[in-house]
Design a protein around this ligand. Structure first.
Ligand code: G3P
Ligand code: CA
Length: 254
């Protein structure tokens, strides 16, 4: 009505830069994470896998082919071989010389500057990767309750159960691909036994799903926003966080 003042306070939705600000810099590189911090993202999302000799490296695909000047499976390359690759030139000339970072490098460079959402990618390829990720956090004293500044997530829900049992102080999330069947209450009840986040494909998110996730005591960071309309829709729903390649779509004022 005329003159009526809305008393509804908008909930703070976390702005989470997917693989860093990957719309503006090569994904999963220090340049993309720095860009995300410049753009005031509250968290950076990254994908972690393991080299042949057991180093945790930050890369999305299970091969280096798409995002570097090399070829081969991450699990078949030594860290020395991976460290030589150029992970910037696939994106643009400006980023020639960017490297595939280790998880440790990202933790050291960004702790205290932004939250870090660590996705364990394809853990079936990497025996005991959960323990290795936990060790990286423990050795840096980053395994303490931390206001959710560190979250670990995976599409592999068994891996998240494993991680949660190794390091219960660090919250875990379950990732869900799009399914036309949605997410049942039985699934949510199961997730709630170990997870704090249910992070679905954004095309599954609506008011009903968000409410049910909250009723089960969990939060939700849907992915991956690459257009303003999707960002606006999710902001209106007041999801807990939005995982996006373009941090400016989530918060144009920052
Ligand atoms: O953070 C969620 C999102 O990253 C999952 O998809 O394929 O980009 O790792 P993907
Ligand atoms: Ca990811």
């Amino acid at each position: 009505a005329d003159g009526e003042i809305s008393t509804k306070t908008k909930k703070q939705t976390l702005n989470i830069a997917h693989r860093g600000a990957s719309g503006y810099a090569p994904e999963n590189t220090l340049a993309a994470f720095e860009k995300a911090v410049d753009m005031k993202a509250e968290m950076i999302e990254l994908d972690v896998q393991m080299s042949k000799d057991g180093e945790l490296v930050v890369i999305h695909d299970t091969t280096v082919d798409r995002t570097t000047d090399g070829t081969g499976a991450v699990k078949d390359l030594t860290y020395e071989e991976i460290a030589e690759l150029d992970a910037g030139s696939f994106f643009s000339e400006e980023f020639v010389g960017e490297k595939i970072p280790t998880l440790g490098e990202v933790l050291d460079q960004f702790r205290g500057r932004t939250g870090i959402l660590i996705e364990i990618k394809s853990p079936y390829l990497y025996p005991e990767i959960e323990q290795k990720v936990a060790d990286e956090l423990i050795s840096r004293n980053m395994d303490k309750p931390n206001n959710n500044k560190i979250i670990v997530q995976s599409f592999d829900h068994q891996s998240m159960k494993t991680f949660q049992s190794i390091l219960p102080s660090v919250p875990v999330g379950v990732l869900l691909s799009y399914s036309p069947d949605g997410i049942s209450d039985a699934q949510l009840a199961d997730f709630a036994r170990y997870a704090e986040y249910v992070n679905p494909n954004k095309d599954m998110m609506d008011a009903d799903l968000l409410e049910r996730i909250h009723e089960f005591g969990m939060k939700s960071h849907p992915w991956t926003v690459r257009d303003q309309e999707s960002a606006d829709f999710l902001l209106e729903l007041e999801v807990d966080g939005i995982i996006t390649d373009y941090p400016d779509y989530v918060d144009p004022h920052k």
